[in-house]
Write a protein that binds this ligand. Structure first.
Ligand SMILES: [Fe+2]
Ligand SMILES: [Fe+2]
Length: 182
């Protein structure tokens, strides 16, 4: 595998792993603050980041030694209001800088597996950002967010509020590959 794409996969694995853990802690905080739907949103999206990390990780199965991941983390957790803002910052970085650059490098280097993995994350993070913005607006006006069941595709991380589709629009997985958070 080309070195630039390989390092980008390592970094993306690191970033998604941290996001997974961060959102699990944010979910706990939201539950403590009596925002059960925001907590459920964090739990669902943490699962999507777990899927993304796994997708990147599987592209690295040729690695046989340690590696250093260079990944952005939004440090300094706080209350749910702040945690949602940090989450939006993290997703925005991935959407506006990280994944577009990683996708272009993978395309240039003809690394199709990595490119696909980056594309799945890129498309999904846009959905995460929208859901976090909706949750932040609710919390900032003093109440929990109204939220239908959230469905996560366990192949690509695709995230949808409401019913799961018959086929995942990103990866074509069937409905039974979706897990519900309701
Ligand atoms: Fe995300
Ligand atoms: Fe999918």
């Amino acid at each position: 595998m080309k070195k630039m794409t390989e390092q980008n996969l390592i970094n993306a694995f690191g970033g998604e792993s941290q996001a997974n853990m961060r959102y699990r802690h944010f979910a706990q905080k939201a539950r403590d603050e009596n925002y059960p739907n925001v907590a459920r949103l964090f739990e669902a999206i943490s699962h999507a980041e777990f899927v993304h990390a796994g997708d990147h990780y599987r592209e690295l199965k040729h690695l046989t030694s340690g590696f250093v991941a260079n990944s952005m983390a939004a440090f300094g957790p706080g209350d749910t209001n702040k945690n949602l803002q940090l989450s939006i910052l993290g997703e925005t970085f991935e959407i506006e800088e990280m994944y577009p650059a990683y996708i272009e490098v993978a395309r240039f280097q003809n690394e199709t597996g990595a490119q696909r993995s980056f594309q799945w994350s890129f498309a999904t993070e846009k959905l995460h950002k929208k859901l976090f913005e909706k949750a932040l607006a609710a919390v900032q006006s003093g109440h929990d967010v109204e939220l239908k069941p959230i469905h996560i595709c366990q192949v690509c991380g695709y995230t949808i509020e409401g019913n799961a589709p018959d086929l995942c629009p990103l990866c074509n997985a069937r409905k039974d590959k979706f897990v519900a958070y309701d």
